[in-house]
Design a binder for this molecule. Sequence first.
Ligand code: AMP
Ligand code: MG
Length: 343
Amino acid sequence: METKLFDQDHIAEAAAVLAKGGLVAFPTETVYGLGASALLPDAVAQVYQVKGRPSDNPLIVHVAAAEQVAAFVDNLSPMAKQLMDTFWPGPLTLIFKIKPDSLPSIVTGGLTTAAFRMPDHPQTLALISQAQQPLVGPSANTSGKPSPTSAAHVWHDLHGKIAGILDGGATRIGVESTVLDLSDPSGTPIILRPGAIAKEQLETVLETEVLLDKHLVSAGEVPKAPGMKYKHYAPNTKVMMVHDTDWPAAINWAQANHFKVGVLAGPTIAEAVRKETAAIYQYFDDSPEAAARGLFAGLRALDESTAALDLLLAATFTEAGIGAAYMNRLKKAANHEYFQENK
Ligand code: AMP
Ligand code: MG
């Protein structure tokens, strides 16, 4: 199959492909999504197939307006309405109990709940509107690899396997949406996946406590979001996390072992280690926002570096705000491994 690149002047064409059951990747403010009509089970089956995604990992339904959710959910709670008013369009996915059989079971993984999001990207909102149906949109990468933050990343993983890619440039946030479960019988909202909308922001708006899913708090717990149990975000090259104060020791250790090392870090750390490393992917500045924006692109770039690296060392951030989302993805990429002196 030839994969077409659509620009913003060809959204109607891309929408027509989707309406007929084709797959078109689209930009969002978080990462690129692999779009297919959420109402066409055969199209959704293709999404799982081309990504190599486990079939028990349900998909997020992307809408162009909050009102579109009413077709699938009875009686949105005041809390849900407040969150949609405040954060949509934006990087917040909400999980609701749905009307029986209102969505194909391949979308929900057979659950009685489903995930919804309105992405904050004008081209993609136009695409969903013009397709005249909600779209599933898991990250448009091969399952298990770093998520795509540019059309080139999508092309790398999926060209020849999907009908098209809508190119909206590099994504602004760089890590996937916060997933918030509003279906718990206790009535308490629970974060299943950290993203750019932080727990504290949700609590301020709702004026109530928001919990973190048990697996985000203690190791060994089974995550409630089926997708969070899978290996994720991993390049082929081994990744290790390095605490701020451990950089000199980490570089010494790598040199003593003759490892060719790639580094992902902000300018301050990057400058300090530049002479001793084979390749660097430097985040735009030293903020956790810049790190989140650059993480997946950096993992991909260093993984494919012509320097043929043995090891990637990545900077850590405090787990607050978007730093929590960055660390959640990085820990998975690094298989939870930190550099430790004397090991
Ligand atoms: P992705 O599409 O890869 O960004 O992942 C979407 C995330 O939302 C995955 O971790 C899914 O397991 C999770 N998810 C989707 N639908 C549900 C649901 N009904 N209940 C719990 N988690 C869900
Ligand atoms: Mg994904």
